[in-house]
Design a protein around this ligand. Structure first.
Ligand code: ADP
Length: 174
């Protein structure tokens, strides 16, 4: 019998977290951006960007597609790996929730293949990409509950503010 992983939410900056994997809300260029992406590259140092450039040269010349995930070194961060995933931009007219779920599922699949036990996620797409927090939190929690694979024992959502914390807390207790 496999034990279900612990799923928790904490407030803070993702770049302060200690874990096997930190997930980055990247953009398809893999060359850095604002929000979580900017913070991860700033704190993690140039090794992460160098690894991203290598990935672009070898596999992702046209960019990483929305909903996919790929791993690099974590540089100076307190983690073994950063897993970069590209969230969908929120649309009021098109349902892109399967793509958001895919970000969580693919990040967990890559993490599990790397042998990770602890995985930390930001609230993907809920910043610059405009996804409503409550819906983003619900998709995140539902997908992680279904998709966390051994050897993952803990999945931690790290959110910046009280509103995001409340949304994840609601989703976790639903
Ligand atoms: P996206 O482009 O996928 O929307 P963002 O990085 O803009 O990604 O934001 C995703 C979420 O992460 C937002 O809720 C934002 O408030 C939050 N956030 C931004 N920076 C950090 C950080 N350093 N640590 C944790 N959460 C962060």
């Amino acid at each position: 019998m496999t034990t279900r992983p612990t799923i928790i939410v904490v407030r803070g900056d993702i770049t302060d977290q200690h874990a096997d994997v930190l997930v980055n809300a990247a953009n398809s260029s893999l060359l850095g951006g604002g929000g979580v992406d900017g913070a991860i590259h700033r704190r993690g140092g140039p090794e992460i960007l160098a690894a991203c450039r290598d990935l672009r040269a070898s596999h992702y010349g046209k960019g990483l597609r929305t909903g996919q995930a790929v791993a690099t070194t974590a540089g100076r961060l307190h983690a073994e790996h950063v897993v970069h995933t590209v969230g969908p931009v929120w649309s009021g007219t098109e349902d892109r929730s399967a793509l958001l779920a895919s970000c969580y599922r693919e990040s967990l699949r890559v993490s599990s293949e790397l042998g990770a036990r602890t995985v930390v996620f930001p609230a993907i797409s809920t910043g610059i990409y405009g996804w409503p927090l409550g819906d983003g939190a619900r998709i995140a929690v539902c997908t992680v509950r279904e998709a966390a694979l051994p050897p993952i024992t803990e999945v931690r959502f790290v959110v910046f503010d009280e509103e995001a914390y409340a949304c994840f807390d609601d989703a976790l207790t639903a």
